[in-house]
Design a protein around this ligand. Sequence first.
Ligand code: ME8
Length: 645
Amino acid sequence: MNRLYITTPIYYVNDRPHLGHAYTTILADVIRRYYDMLGAETWFLTGVDEHGQKVQDAAKKRGMTPIEHCDDMQRHFRDLWPQLQVSNDDFIRTTEPRHWNVVQKALSCLYDKGDIYEREYEGWYSPSVERFWTENELVNGRCPESGAEVVYLNEKNYWFRMSKYQERLLAWIESHPEFIVPESRKNEVLGFLARPLQDLCISRPKERLSWGIEIPFDSNYVTYVWFDALLNYATGVGLYADNARFDQWWPATVHLLGKDILTTHCVYWNTFLMALELPLPKHFVAHGWWLIDETKMSKSLGNVVSPLSLRDKYGIDVLRYFLMKEMTLGLDANFSEEALVNRNNSDLANDLGNLLSRVTKLLKKEPFSSVVPARGDETAEDVETLDMVRSLPTTVGDKVRAWKINAAVEDVMTVVRRLNKYVNDTRPFSLVKENPQRAGAVLYNVLEGLRFVATSLWPVIPRKAEQILVDIGWDAGVPRLSTLNFGDLESGCPVQVTQSLFPRHDWVAGASDFPKEVVHESPLRPSPSPEKNMSTENEITFDDFAKLKMVVGEIMEAETVPKSDKLLRLVIDIGEEKRQIVSGIAKYYDPEMLVGRRVVVLTNLQARKIFGLESRGMVLAAADSSGELALITPERYMDPGAEVS
Ligand code: ME8
């Protein structure tokens, strides 16, 4: 496989991210880094789900408009990822114009081909999970999924002919054994599909829920949040906006998800794609839950663990290592701070840290003078250990391709333990007196072993792995797994000892608990801006204001202006014409990300020449005190040319 397009679910912005969200996103990052090392071209998308009842309710609780709430909350997700060493390529918000466009086009397409139809429906509606249930599906008269109250509704809605695709989906799952992983989840989906599939209600009347993407053929409705949310995966790589890019990345290689959202992904999403005549993703990988005291860690239960508090206490590499090692694909895992400390002490401090410090400390002494010793001939004593080292990239690569990250990490740790045994058996610390050459050859083998280990663990613990490589005298950057070659480490390169690379941590039973965070005990509010002195000195009259002609425009083209790092050349459809505008936003927006966006354009600004290009008009943006810039966009879909006043 030479290309990987990997996604995480887009998380609801009804609350802050917790360890469960961090797990899926770090897992995606680790897989992506492994594929980079295996020589693939990769693209990694994550983001946030901003529409629907949950978000509307959360905004209301905080006394904010939904978009104010989303603008504020999305930062907690967007800003978290770099702090956890996650290197996503794109971060999508479902309120972005690029996404509305896709959702509305997809809805129109399905409506035109008759896969969306109108129907009066009477039944039980669960506001908590935003869907209808039949009488038989209710459990003790309540929502079977959330346990919350249901209400009886009679309303006209739009429905997607999901039932039409049941047979095709079943046949697809059965003929593609790796489509849904692990097997237990595949069987769950097959079980679901063994019953007749119902059509899916994909609209919500605005009088009940206004926070959503308007249905293009009926302005009294917004679309169901899942119809909107799932399409993010296609928006993210240019569906209906950039065909070349879309063809490059679609179908997605893998959607990662928790087992809580299996049906929406494996049934709803695949049937939407079939109806839209788009290829299906290659794999759905559903992991288990992080539990606290045998209960799912979740925002609504208020038992969530903050990933940043753990990072601050133990360091990002320890946290990433623990999360990747502790959860077996498909199974639930219990989180406790004690387990994290134990895992750190046994694997990182004892096994790996000890191996590294034993050899680097020995190499500081004579006759080695802190440099990589010469490689010797391979003896019978070496073969088994070195064979294990040499086959590590292949065994790790195989496990990664099977999405078994914890097993890949275990393979690396097996080699670490083997190398420790090799040092114990060959005793280079005693051998150095009688046979310094052989002692040097043993140490060379261990250094090479550590180079294979650090490279194979780099996706999980990038910082520490890079430090190990430097310590053992390798200064050529992180090697690719696919090109690792035993013997490439050059003798004579400097070796160093880094103190406390893998410190032990103490765990005193009952002394402290993990940093639990009960989210929203008091509503989160953005910090109030300092009082501004609203001087009347610069007031303008209404007539002055009326002179400004501002309209909504859609960006058709965007490219950098040669020799300028600030400017972009934009072509904007403003309704009756297309305008070329040169705008100073290059530092804040990638040109690719702008195409399809709707912006506000001041159209009657005198034309100017900027860098030799005629610019007719101005794109409006806001700047905050730190100089960060954000484009002004209409709050919902508007045709180009709509007047702003
Ligand atoms: O479901 N253990 O968003 P969400 C492991 N917006 N992973 C967990 C977890 C736990 N205890 N809790 C959450 C939504 N997760 C929708 C998705 S996608 C088109 C729309 C992770 O904020 C896991 O990946 O409820 C789970 O599937 C996801 O967060 C749910 O996030």
